[in-house]
Design a protein around this ligand. Structure first.
Ligand SMILES: [Zn+2]
Length: 380
């Protein structure tokens, strides 16, 4: 799974943009600007950008902060990451010289980092400069200037880019145009609609129709938690759901992918179905379960973190929030758990309340209890 809303390469874009836009910078253009700012900081060993990104060096397997005094590596060996966690996920280890994990960076870089995370988490709200100014208790002018100098783009361009990518993901997932725009924080104004159209290079309807020509195959089988549905695109599993009846499961799939062609295919999915059942019973520890799911940058962070909780163990929502470096985001973590599209494969059942209460579960609290009990028993 990719981890950043803006900087990661487009995944599975179903269509190419047909003409470049002049109305507003596209997400790709914003990513390019941020990239350019990072190259400059890399070349200048710019201390003021420490904490806003790290760079990994493929020839040594080490990652550094921008100001690292070591000799600059060749550019073709350099990859940028938003933070140390991402670099480590990609298999790099921290440089012993500049200790990129030891510094939090300048106050400016910390502020901009916090702003980016806030924007990603609140993309469905009106993110005006005034709203940000209130949230971060700084003047709009100060916010503007700091953001631009650290990231190389204005906060408005950044918000637009995050929003635009979110709209695309929503459309690709098959949601209707109005829902897609609203969920990404666009109102219903025709101006925004037109701008989205110009950024997409076509109307959102047309984009959606192209995106949803996708075929989703599914199977429904028995599992230790009742009837289970597994659905997959040609790239991987896009849904794992539980319910009491097959009808309920089919209805759920229709709601989630209303425009895709949904085709039952027991044979093609039999292996995953068996693997998943074994996983639940602790008889298979590392089944191959490729996922093809859409997520915001924040959801991805949470979900990747959940996949690291060992079987048989649990973590609290606040512990997960801390783990991903956002200790105040406990409620957002709970929301991300509640919107997990693939039960068990992303083990949101291993997250419980601080006081030991099981908290909620998208597929019912009894199933969560049962799953945890099976995992404990398998480990004992
Ligand atoms: Zn270094």
């Amino acid at each position: 799974m990719a981890t950043n809303a803006i900087l990661s390469q487009e995944e599975a874009a179903p269509m190419k943009r047909t003409k470049p836009s002049t109305a507003a910078p596209t997400a790709d253009a914003v990513a390019a600007l941020i990239h350019a700012r990072r190259w400059q900081a890399f070349a200048d060993r710019d201390r003021s950008l420490d904490g806003t990104f790290v760079f990994g060096v493929s020839s040594t397997g080490v990652f550094c902060r921008p100001s690292c005094p070591a000799k600059r590596p060749r550019r073709e060996n350099v990859t940028f990451f938003d933070d140390a966690l991402q670099a480590e996920h990609a298999g790099y280890r921290a440089c012993l010289r500049c200790r990129p994990k030891a510094v939090d960076g300048s106050p400016q870089s910390a502020l901009v980092r916090a702003m980016c995370r806030y924007i990603e988490q609140h993309i469905d709200t009106p993110l005006t400069l005034n709203a940000l100014s209130k949230e971060f208790r700084r003047s709009p002018f100060h916010l503007q200037r700091t953001f631009k100098s650290v990231l190389g783009v204005s906060s408005k361009a950044y918000i637009d880019a995050v929003r635009f990518r979110q709209v695309k993901q929503n459309l690709q997932a098959g949601h209707d145009v109005t829902t897609s725009l609203y969920a990404a924080g666009y109102g219903s104004s025709s101006r925004l609609y037109e701008r989205t159209a110009s950024q997409l290079g076509m109307t959102p309807e047309k984009y959606r129709r192209g995106a949803v020509a996708a075929v989703i195959r599914y199977t429904i089988a028995d599992s230790p938690l009742g009837r289970m549905l597994i659905a997959a695109t040609d790239k991987g599993i896009c849904a794992i759901q539980f319910a009491n009846s097959d009808h309920e499961l089919q209805q759920g799939l229709m709601r989630e992918f209303p425009f895709a062609t949904r085709r039952p295919d027991d044979q093609a999915l039999a292996e995953w179905s068996v693997n998943l059942t074994r996983l639940m019973q602790g008889r298979e520890l590392n089944p191959s379960l490729p996922l093809d799911i859409r997520a915001t940058a924040f959801q991805r962070r949470v979900w990747e973190s959940l996949q690291k909780i060992p079987r048989g163990e649990t973590r609290s929502y606040s512990a997960v929030a801390k783990k991903i470096g956002m200790p105040k985001a406990t409620r957002a973590v709970a929301r991300a758990c509640a919107t997990n599209p693939v039960a068990v494969a992303i083990p949101c059942h291993r997250v419980i309340r601080e006081d030991g209460d099981l908290g909620g579960y998208r597929w019912g609290i009894e199933r969560k209890e049962h799953l945890l009990a099976m995992e404990k028993a398998a480990g004992a």
